[in-house]
Ligand binder design. Sequence first.
Ligand SMILES: *[C@@H]1O[C@H](CO)[C@@H](O)[C@H](O)[C@H]1NC(C)=O
Ligand SMILES: *[C@@H]1O[C@H](CO)[C@@H](O)[C@H](O)[C@H]1NC(C)=O
Ligand SMILES: *[C@@H]1O[C@H](CO)[C@@H](O)[C@H](O)[C@H]1NC(C)=O
Ligand SMILES: *[C@@H]1O[C@H](CO)[C@@H](O)[C@H](O)[C@H]1NC(C)=O
Length: 449
Amino acid sequence: MKLLLSYLITIILVYFQPTDAKVTEDWDSIDSRTVPDWYDKAKVGIFVHWGLFAVPGYDSEWFWNEWRAQGKIDVLEFIKQNYPPGFTYQEFANQFTGEFFNATEWASLFKRAGAKYVVLTSKHHDGYTLWPSKYTYSFNSVDMGPHKDIVKEVGDAVRAEGLRYGLYHSLLEWFNPLYVADVANGGATTEFVDNKIFPEMVELVNTYQPEIFWSDGSWDMSDVYWKSTKFLAWLFNESPVKDTVLTNDRWGNNTNCLHGDIHTCIDRYNPGVLQAHKWENAMTIDWRSWGYRRNSNIEDYATTKQLIELLIETVSCGGNILINVGPTKEGHIDPLYQERLVSLGEWLSINGEAIYESHPWVKYQNDTLTSGVWFTQKNGFTYASVLDWPENNVLKLRAVSELINSNTRIYILDGNRELNFTGDNGIVSIEMPDRAGVRSNDAWVIKIQ
Ligand SMILES: *[C@@H]1O[C@H](CO)[C@@H](O)[C@H](O)[C@H]1NC(C)=O
Ligand SMILES: *[C@@H]1O[C@H](CO)[C@@H](O)[C@H](O)[C@H]1NC(C)=O
Ligand SMILES: *[C@@H]1O[C@H](CO)[C@@H](O)[C@H](O)[C@H]1NC(C)=O
Ligand SMILES: *[C@@H]1O[C@H](CO)[C@@H](O)[C@H](O)[C@H]1NC(C)=O
């Protein structure tokens, strides 16, 4: 009888496995879905902001809004000085030429950077789509501009490099009359969502099968207006990517940092302590803009060391980093961005063992004695990423003292050497190698067995 009972219980458990369960159109159900694990392992992604805003290449990707809605003085002056009276934003499409756009070159650069996934802006807040959407009435990259299906070309190239492909999509469109009307009556009508956004998102997913649906531009209206849970239930139950796709948290003015698989919270989110929920630090190498700026200066860009620091802090606290580049209107990625990405990739090729597929150390994210030392763990090892080379070549750590016993061995990943150490009064003193003999300049990883 007991055996039979346990047999029955097993049958019931197997039959009602949560992975087989469909999500329903509410956040409780959506948030309790089993999240595909590839994303947490990947840690490093590249974000690409490309669109008509790269043509003026001035101020930021919010150019149209700054010009027509905010009336930002320098932008108004820039238009007055450089364009004829009556010039419209749509006319930038003629100069959005993309003659140097080569998706294969982009993808190979992103791979070289050590990224495991790429997220492209399929449509920003201006409404111009980088694919020939049925719902854009010619305001897209096949009918106007480069005459190419950019979403498809980038996706094919990225996947050919073995990277995962995600798409950014803006819910709102600043000047779409349907949207403006819906907002004006407080969301009592949903014409824009029903006739434009919902079918457009379904088209995007069915056609290009993104494995991250990175939503943005939701802040004016609630998730109810956007019909977000209805879309996500479709995405997770019916869509061609239902088993591998993840989504972020920007699905309404009431969802950031609360719902979705990946909490992005605010731009450049970097909490500095372990978070209970999976999160992403979406940041940009140009501190001042996500889109390309023709008048940027060297000081505006994160240094390689800053990039590596952000990566290390982010991963130690349970996040992924999504590093943005803004290609030029010709479709070229500026050599300064290239230099940063290639340098990051070189660092990761030596030290990536501490990053990819790692987990945070739940007890400590950074050392309690020496600042600028951040921890991760994997396969029974603890990794300490060290941002400042220690004085006198001796690295003193307190947090790891509780891991040390007579069998402990300590290594540096750079050059794969074993290091001598002593443990005393709760402080572990690690003898670093001769600095001249290590390849990295920006950060070093100590591996504790
Ligand atoms: C894109 O770049 C690759 C690598 O440099 C090259 O082999 C290929 O011919 C280029 N494609 C086009 C369409 O120019
Ligand atoms: C969110 O948007 C709705 C309209 O969909 C609006 O009624 C509500 O006041 C907004 N809430 C906040 C906190 O802005
Ligand atoms: C560890 O990180 C926390 C959060 O950023 C910070 O407050 C603390 O000062 C750091 N500790 C050290 C020793 O750097
Ligand atoms: C470790 O200490 C021993 C004994 O002092 C020394 O011979 C050896 O060179 C040291 N190893 C390293 C990697 O510093």
